[in-house]
Design a protein around this ligand. Structure first.
Ligand code: F3S
Length: 292
């Protein structure tokens, strides 16, 4: 059985940076909390908690110490409130998200009707909205874009993880709604790269293992994509979930992971696959170490 790891998988730049910033606080003498889960991965959140980095849902839960802002970012009010409470701030907002926040602020300041192309309930979109001075309109579908009345000036920014083709389709409609259109192309390529690599791998293997939190939207989406591409797919969080019977008569297994999945979880799955291969004796043909 051959095991192949996707070329692009696991932590994106912004998530890796945020986790490293949180890890950098482990030995701080003051109580430290992330505002919301640092990433949508229960194992990583648990690991940090075991080392003293707690999680608070609101600033009110933090009496003193340090608050870590996660990669999705927050609105300006949260910075002010944290300062007013005397908290130290470790800002792990992804720089790509910061760019979208600042673009929304600037467009609103220049008098544009700001549209955020993104998912209404996504925390990053909420943060961009707040940076627009709570003025932006959030548009998620082409139909919603069609309903927009004509605007004197229209400025669009994108949720960094929004699908590129859906963004383009919405932008084409928005362009017909104004004579003064400014687009800030704030989509980050990390999600797209992971999806393309997963699809390329799913086309080559019998089974895909997609590793990541069940609460991680991008991991779940990766698993759905592989499934829709016709590949038998298992979404797992840890190596413990692997079952020998999944691999009976299987020649090739692909492994990928969402942008919030740490390398150590991917390595544990990979190692367990190797153990299973040895256990399967005659069935062992080849292990492609990939680029893990
Ligand atoms: Fe940042 Fe892109 Fe990751 S916006 S958090 S690097 S998906």
């Amino acid at each position: 059985m051959k095991t192949i790891v996707a070329q692009h998988r696991g932590f994106c730049y912004g998530v890796k940076r945020a986790v490293e910033m949180a890890q950098g606080c482990i030995h701080c003498a003051v109580p430290t909390y992330t505002l919301g889960p640092i990433i949508h991965n229960p194992q990583m959140v648990g690991r940090l908690a075991a080392k003293g980095i707690g999680m608070a849902n609101t600033l009110e839960e933090i009496a003193r110490g340090t608050v870590i802002i996660r990669s999705h970012g927050v609105g300006p009010d949260i910075y002010q409130a944290a300062q007013a409470r005397g908290l130290q701030i470790v800002d792990a907002t992804c720089p790509h998200v910061q760019k979208a926040q600042q673009a929304a602020k600037k467009l609103a300041g220049q008098g544009y009707h700001v549209v955020i192309i993104g998912e209404k309930r996504h925390p990053e979109v909420k943060s961009i909205f707040e940076w627009s001075g709570n003025k932006a309109q959030i548009i998620e579908t082409v139909d919603e874009a069609r309903e927009l009345p004509f605007q004197e000036r229209l400025g669009a920014v994108a949720q960094t993880t929004f699908a590129g083709d859906a963004f383009q389709a919405i932008v084409e409609v928005l362009a017909t709604k104004t004579n003064d259109f400014k687009i800030e192309r704030t989509i980050c390529t990390a999600t797209d790269l992971r999806q393309q690599a997963a699809l390329a791998l799913a086309a080559k293997v019998d089974i895909m293992l997609v590793i990541g939190g069940r609460n991680s939207a991008n991991t779940t989406h990766l698993a759905d994509l592989c499934l829709q591409a016709g590949c038998k797919t298992y979404h797992i969080e840890t190596a413990e979930e692997l079952q020998q019977e999944w691999f009976a008569d299987v020649e090739a297994v692909g492994i990928t992971a969402g942008a919030s999945t740490p390398d150590w979880l991917i390595e544990e799955v990979y190692d367990k696959m190797q153990e299973m291969n040895q256990f399967m004796g005659d069935g062992v043909k080849e292990i492609n170490v990939g680029d893990i």
